[in-house]
Design a protein around this ligand. Structure first.
Ligand code: SF4
Ligand code: SF4
Length: 115
């Protein structure tokens, strides 16, 4: 026991310094990114989503194509939508910082992205 303790004193810590340092495991399933340039609006992603988190948002004006939105609050990160997409227009990322304090904070982020 004492030998083990002494040996551990001079070893590097086995744990990471999260949250002071990022710690993202390999193959982590993070936030999904939609790439509009690749999208053909087939809506296979929407059909393959088991929770209804992936939705096609129709265009607001004539000439626009609409968007694919993923509701993080409903998403279970199964990546079925990513697998179903025939054009690789949905991509998994390592982004894991997805917490919001309130719904309005999420809405604020949407607005920030638009501006
Ligand atoms: S990862 Fe799964 S739950 Fe999340 S949007 Fe895609 S299909 Fe739906
Ligand atoms: S499956 Fe892919 S190409 Fe089809 S609508 Fe969804 S993101 Fe676009």
């Amino acid at each position: 026991m004492l030998r083990e303790v002494l040996r551990s004193i001079f070893k590097k810590p086995a744990t990471s310094s999260f949250p002071f340092e990022d710690h993202v495991p390999e193959n982590h399933r993070g936030k999904i990114k939609w790439i509009p340039e690749k999208c053909i609006y087939c809506r296979l992603c929407e059909r393959s989503c088991p929770t209804g988190a992936c939705k096609f948002i129709p265009p607001k004006k004539a000439g626009e194509k609409g968007t694919i939105e993923i509701d993080i609050g409903k998403c279970v990160f199964c990546y079925e939508c990513v697998l179903a997409c025939p054009k690789d227009a949905l991509e998994g990322t390592l982004d894991y910082k997805l917490a919001y304090i309130s719904k309005s904070e999420k809405a604020d982020e949407k607005l920030r992205k638009k501006n």
